[in-house]
Design a protein around this ligand. Structure first.
Ligand SMILES: Nc1ncnc2c1ncn2[C@@H]1O[C@H](COP(=O)(O)OP(=O)(O)OP(=O)(O)O)[C@@H](O)[C@H]1O
Ligand SMILES: [Mg+2]
Length: 289
């Protein structure tokens, strides 16, 4: 039986870095569709709760790992964005500011970015920014930034024009929060050296694996979000949505990717080519052979 841990229990677990290990549900082949859906729902609720906790400052850092296109960025940004609107309405300077960093980033760039967001009210989201997770120097900076001691000092002891020009000091205290969103499943990393490094980071963060690994789990997540109304904006008839879901389920082995993004692609085709959508989707969304 999978262990059941509610999001409230996790919130109560304060900053205990080991607490999320408890939700590592073993793959249980006896799980019914409904049980899998309930597990995924719970995981995404925890993603929301933990993002809120980083926002509040109760949790300083979180790593979210899951396959492409399942709603990781969407979930985190929906929670942080909600707060943005509130900040604008209240015009409250004290509310946190956040930035989503995507793509490549050097260690120096990371240091400077952490300085810019070093205030306790700030959050940095590293979204698919794996260069910071795969580079020794960057990882060492992050380890200092997220250490569990009272004062998290970061140093840059090499002279840098860039830092001088931007007025960044050669050491500072980082008080902000960090969220890492990644497709890397830490325990599957092959290189021992890198895995040790990542483990050191993981020990300073809450680690949330969304546990969407199998085709079945991906299809169920897709069904769940479509049932929640993901395709409402297309104004499909009920049976048309059903057709799209059946098409995805029947072709789950052939589709280039099983993700919410794929659902949107197929929905676009269903809308744009009511007669030919299946044929076109076979050509553009599926692997050959
Ligand atoms: N709960 C949801 N309701 C409606 N649409 C959603 C939901 N979650 C995700 N989506 C949509 O699905 C698509 C993929 O989601 P998202 O970009 O968050 O995936 P991701 O897990 O961050 O993927 P990647 O790892 O490739 O960055 C986006 O177009 C997003 O708007
Ligand atoms: Mg994303």
């Amino acid at each position: 039986m999978p262990k059941v841990v509610t999001s409230q229990m996790l919130m109560n677990a304060s900053a205990d870095v080991k607490s999320l290990e408890m939700v590592n549900v073993e793959k249980d082949t006896n799980e019914t569709d409904e049980e899998i859906k309930a597990r995924l729902r719970e995981r995404f609720n925890i993603l929301d709760d933990m993002t809120r906790a980083v926002k509040k400052g109760t949790v300083r850092a979180m790593i979210v790992s899951g396959p492409p296109g399942v709603g990781k960025s969407f979930g985190v940004e929906a929670v942080l964005g909600k707060h943005d609107t509130m900040a604008q309405i209240a015009n409250n300077e004290k509310l946190k500011k956040y930035e989503v960093v995507k793509g490549a980033m050097s260690a120096l760039g990371l240091y400077s970015k952490l300085y810019q967001y070093s205030d306790a009210k700030n959050i940095l989201v590293f979204d698919d920014c794996d260069s910071v997770l795969l580079d020794d120097l960057s990882l060492n900076i992050l380890k200092a930034a997220l250490d569990s001691g009272k004062k998290r000092m970061i140093h840059w002891n090499t002279d840098s024009h860039m830092l001088r020009r931007e007025g960044v000091p050669d050491s500072f205290e980082f008080k902000g929060g960090c969220i890492f969103i990644t497709n890397i499943k830490f325990e599957n990393v092959k290189s021992k050296k890198l895995r040790d490094h990542l483990e050191a980071l993981e020990s300073r963060c809450h680690y949330l694996d969304l546990t969407i690994d199998t085709e079945r789990e991906k299809v169920l997540r897709i069904k769940q979000i479509v049932e929640d109304g993901m395709l409402e904006k297309y104004e499909f008839e009920n049976n048309e949505v059903e057709e799209i879901l059946n098409f995805i389920d029947n072709n789950k082995k052939k589709l280039r990717e099983l993700s919410l993004r794929m659902v949107l692609k197929i929905a676009d085709l269903r809308k744009g080519f009511p007669e030919r959508w299946q044929g076109i989707a076979s050509m553009t969304c599926m692997r050959r052979g």
